[in-house]
Unconditional design. Structure first.
Length: 167
């Protein structure tokens, strides 16, 4: 199977998105100064980034923070990619809702309706034989965790400013 077909299969399934949002939430909570969880709205931004190879490419541990991520696109003269993120969030909203729904139904996330925050839950059962995650999905999960860490350092307005997104 070609890499393109495999990527399309991965990103077109909200199950993959549920895993990525779970890892994003874990990264956010682990790095947040008080251990708080992200509000649900941030999952829509994260989903739009994590389902785009181009937007996900500069997400790595070598970058220090969200500002460095945004500067990457400015330095490459590709700021239009960030400017289009807002419309990508809208286009991916159903996908993101489906991914959140799956994550909640599978016990990965819990949505606190009073605060609007999504809390991550630990996995209690091990994957069965032949059910281990593929290396690409593990890498994507690590990137989701890094993105969560970066988001945890800022409030909603700062994230919107860095990523050129209007909330």
């Amino acid at each position: 199977m070609s890499n393109l077909v495999e990527d399309v299969q991965n990103w077109n399934t909200p199950i993959h998105g549920a895993y990525l949002l779970w890892r994003f939430t874990q990264g956010y909570s682990a790095a947040h100064k008080t251990g708080d969880a992200p509000i649900g709205l941030l999952h829509f931004v994260a989903s739009a980034i994590l389902t785009s190879e181009r937007l996900m490419l500069p997400v790595n541990n070598r970058r220090k923070n969200l500002q460095s991520y945004a500067r990457f696109f400015e330095a490459k003269k590709e700021i239009d990619i960030l400017i289009n993120l807002h419309s990508r969030i809208k286009k991916k909203s159903r996908y993101t809702l489906a991914a959140i729904d799956i994550a909640i139904s599978e016990g990965l996330l819990v949505w606190d309706v009073d605060s609007g925050k999504l809390y991550s839950q630990g996995i209690t059962k091990k994957a069965g034989k032949g059910k281990a995650l593929r290396p690409k999905i593990k890498i994507d999960g690590n990137k989701a965790e890094v993105l969560g860490k970066w988001f945890s350092e800022h409030d909603l307005s700062a994230i919107g400013t860095y990523l050129k997104v209007v909330f």
